[in-house]
Design a protein around this ligand. Structure first.
Ligand SMILES: *[C@@H]1O[C@H](CO)[C@@H](O)[C@H](O)[C@H]1NC(C)=O
Ligand SMILES: *[C@@H]1O[C@H](CO)[C@@H](O)[C@H](O)[C@H]1NC(C)=O
Ligand SMILES: *[C@@H]1O[C@H](CO)[C@@H](O)[C@H](O)[C@H]1NC(C)=O
Ligand SMILES: *[C@@H]1O[C@H](CO)[C@@H](O)[C@H](O)[C@H]1NC(C)=O
Ligand SMILES: *[C@@H]1O[C@H](CO)[C@@H](O)[C@H](O)[C@H]1NC(C)=O
Ligand SMILES: *[C@@H]1O[C@H](CO)[C@@H](O)[C@H](O)[C@H]1NC(C)=O
Ligand SMILES: *[C@@H]1O[C@H](CO)[C@@H](O)[C@H](O)[C@H]1NC(C)=O
Length: 659
């Protein structure tokens, strides 16, 4: 039996109570990290000593795995093999660990001259350290956390478990952050939040007295009756006769409710991963860094004259090679790039015809297949083939994902035929005439579109508006011409709502609303009749449709690895091209990490998944049940992690590049 195999270890370990002044603190089992050049009697001695002492123990054989393990678990004690420097550099390891966050409370022990591999010797050593240095560090950390909590929250805070034992462990950091009401613990590793980020946020909070006064003043000055105003009034009334602690807590609630961006997490400016902040800046802000003069007008790529539309082919049979490929269209693993190749870059028309037929779209719209085909051709022609990502293959991909989601039982049971038709049309048009640049870019550049749409949801507004202009321009591709006015208005409304939902500034709002109105009630109640229930609530249907198109729009990380890699290459190239142009034109560089000379694609993918994808697909999967997607997501995440661990910045390992 070798050490590596003994992974299941120690369940009998109990927590210990530590007294600091009047506080009783619970100390969780000590965690120990052994970093050894190789397995030998000495490492085994420590391993079994940990076992005897009831500590949790991990072993690492390299600097990389040691760092990864430490960042994951923040062990209290680290034992480093310092006997034989030709294997590895113990001092270097020690320095690297000390350089990481939260290492200040870790006790590092170097095995040097001691060399006594008897379990008893190791045990004595570890237990002495536990009762000496580790215990002091624990108390220090507890006080540090407590002061941070007190400093951060203006209200009285209870940091205890139900039986009033003060909780000091890694959990306290999350607790404090949640208490602030604005910071979400978004990390996969819930215990890796840095205390520094809390303290730095709290400095500019006004004192309780002034804040209470000003918030009341502002509430009284509100005149427009929005639902939120009603909520605030109700809370205000409830405050009147409440005990002071409740009133103060409600005051804090009001403070949060009044902020305009209720659903956006607040990113710290410092210490934030540059990939995440660039993505957020690039995808979620509308030109915050706008130039003062609008020297540059973005127009050369716009194709607003649609007079030379290709004449639709006569209805001919789909070529057999395409038809054969499309037989597999209902599978999630369908290869859209093969369709792109075999259709000579017209995947949207062919997939559209197949999918729209499957969902009875022409029956619903009472229009001929010729009209539908002509419409698909017009829409596809207005995607820019020169964009490396936002061309019609992306539209076809989103249409494919949408159709797949519509086939899921829960989704199907929640929506009406009109919703299905709206969703398929929305997916088809959702990026039409995309210039291959982000909203931030268009705003910074003072483009015509940004001016037209007041820097707000610029692209999404344009996609919708243009799609309807194109559609209604000529009756030979007006798919809406045979439906009555009321139905048209309902359908149009649903399509607009979905396309606008793809805008990333509203990402967290849509996801949170979905979780609150769909996931949570379904979890609570008896979920037998829940889908029929949703049909009676149009607002809930709207939330489902928004979530569906949002997930379809960014489903790349949930596709099979090879497809995921191709998409990552295409989006990176499009962002690189934007950065190139920003530099050329002297515009602000919106996403500096997307520089083709320096970018780590794996890092950017990891950040994107961590920040936008994981939570959203967890919620969508909980509703629609999508195990295949979640499996791909995990695989793909692992792929990017592996590359990143190896410091590889490209799409694959160099050895795989000939794939
Ligand atoms: C390891 O311990 C075993 C018995 O406990 C002993 O026979 C062996 O010589 C030791 N190896 C070394 C390298 O000390
Ligand atoms: C190793 O430690 C044990 C227990 O503390 C002790 O009995 C033994 O003499 C030590 N051996 C050596 C070689 O120091
Ligand atoms: C502009 O759109 C027409 C179809 O409306 C298309 O034929 C042409 O290639 C497009 N031009 C560019 C630069 O995308
Ligand atoms: C379908 O459209 C045709 C015109 O193309 C119209 O005459 C007919 O009444 C429509 N059918 C329904 C059910 O609306
Ligand atoms: C989309 O862009 C890629 C380059 O990333 C290109 O190879 C492909 O042909 C384009 N597809 C369409 C439909 O324009
Ligand atoms: C842009 O802002 C102006 C002035 O506030 C307003 O009149 C106009 O309707 C806005 N346009 C859009 C598309 O929101
Ligand atoms: C749908 O909406 C209603 C009212 O807005 C809500 O009470 C219900 O729980 C929602 N969710 C589901 C899954 O039915």
């Amino acid at each position: 039996m070798t050490m590596k195999k003994k992974s299941v270890f120690l369940y009998q370990a109990s927590t210990a109570e530590v007294q600091v002044g009047p506080m009783r603190l619970t100390q969780y089992p000590i965690q120990v990290l052994l970093i050894f050049a190789k397995e030998d009697n000495q490492s085994n001695g420590f391993w079994w000593a940990c076992d005897r002492a009831g500590y949790r123990c991990n072993v690492a054989w390299t600097l990389e795995s040691a760092l990864e393990c430490f960042l994951d678990k923040h062990q209290e004690i680290i034992v480093i093999d310092h006997r034989n420097s030709k294997y590895f550099d113990a001092e270097d390891i020690c320095r690297s660990i000390r350089a990481t966050e939260l290492s200040e409370h870790t006790v590092i022990l170097a095995v040097q001259f001691m060399e006594n591999s008897s379990v008893t010797a190791c045990y004595n050593e570890l237990v002495q350290i536990e009762h000496g240095e580790v215990r002091s560090q624990f108390k220090l950390r507890a006080c540090n956390a407590l002061f941070t909590a007190l400093d951060h929250c203006q209200e009285a805070v209870e940091i205890t478990s139900e039986d009033h034992v003060i909780q000091v462990g890694r959990e306290i950091f999350c607790f404090v952050l949640t208490e602030s009401g604005s910071y979400k613990c978004k990390n996969r590793r819930k215990d890796s939040v840095d205390v520094k980020s809390i303290t730095s946020q709290s400095s500019d909070a006004p004192s309780l007295q002034t804040r209470r006064y000003s918030s009341m003043a502002r509430i009284h000055s509100m005149t427009i009756e929005a639902p939120i105003t009603k909520v605030i009034n109700i809370i205000n009334a409830a405050q009147e006769n409440s005990p002071i602690t409740v009133a103060e807590a409600l005051d804090r609630v009001l403070e949060i409710l009044r902020t305009t961006e209720l659903y956006s997490p607040q990113l710290g400016t410092k210490d934030e991963d540059p990939h995440t902040s660039d993505l957020v800046g690039g995808l979620m802000n509308d030109g915050l860094r706008r130039l003062s003069g609008n020297e540059y007008v973005f127009s050369k790529n716009m194709n607003l004259s649609h007079t030379h539309l290709p004449v639709p082919n006569t209805i001919s049979d789909v070529p057999p090679c395409i038809a054969q490929l499309l037989d597999n269209e209902e599978s999630w693993d369908f290869n859209i790039f093969e369709l792109e190749a075999v259709t000579n870059k017209r995947p949207l028309v062919y997939l559209g015809l197949k999918v729209f037929a499957r969902f009875g779209v022409s029956e619903f719209l009472n229009c001929s297949e010729a009209t539908l085909r002509a419409w698909l051709q017009v829409i596809e022609a207005n995607y820019h083939s020169s964009n490396s990502y936002h061309n019609s293959t992306h539209a076809a991909d989103v249409l494919h994902a949408t159709a797949f989601f519509l086939g899921k039982e829960r989704v199907k049971g929640s929506l009406d035929h009109l919703d299905e038709v709206a969703a398929l049309i929305a997916a088809t048009i959702h990026d039409v005439d995309h210039p291959g640049r982000t909203n931030s870019f268009l705003c910074n550049a003072g483009s015509e579109l940004a001016v037209l749409y007041n820097d707000t949801a610029v692209l999404e507004s344009h996609h919708t508006a243009l799609a309807f202009q194109l559609t209604t321009k000529d009756s030979k591709y007006n798919i809406f011409k045979n439906i009555d006015r009321n139905r048209y208005r309902t359908l149009r409304q649903a399509i607009i709502d979905m396309v606008l939902a793809t805008e990333m500034t509203k990402h967290f709002e849509h996801v949170n609303k979905f979780v609150n109105s769909i996931n949570k009630p379904m979890n609570d109640g008896s979920n037998t009749e829940c889908t029929t229930n949703i049909k009676n609530f149009p607002d809930n249907q709207t939330l489902i449709k928004r979530m569906m198109i949002k997930c379809a729009d960014v489903a790349n990380p949930c596709r099979p690895l090879e497809l995921c890699i191709e998409w990552a290459g295409r989006i990176s190239e499009e962002y690189f091209a934007q950065t190139d142009e920003e530099k050329r034109q002297g515009l602000p560089v919106v996403m500096p990490v997307f520089d083709r000379n320096t970018c780590s694609i794996p890092k950017s993918q990891i950040s994107f998944i961590d920040y936008f994808i994981t939570d959203m697909f967890d919620a969508w999967d909980a509703f629609a049940h999508l195990p295949v997607l979640m499996q791909h997501l995990a695989n793909n995440y692992k792929h990017w992690k592996t590359l990143d661990d190896l410091k590889c910045k490209s799409l694959r390992l160099p050895s795989e590049n000939n794939n």
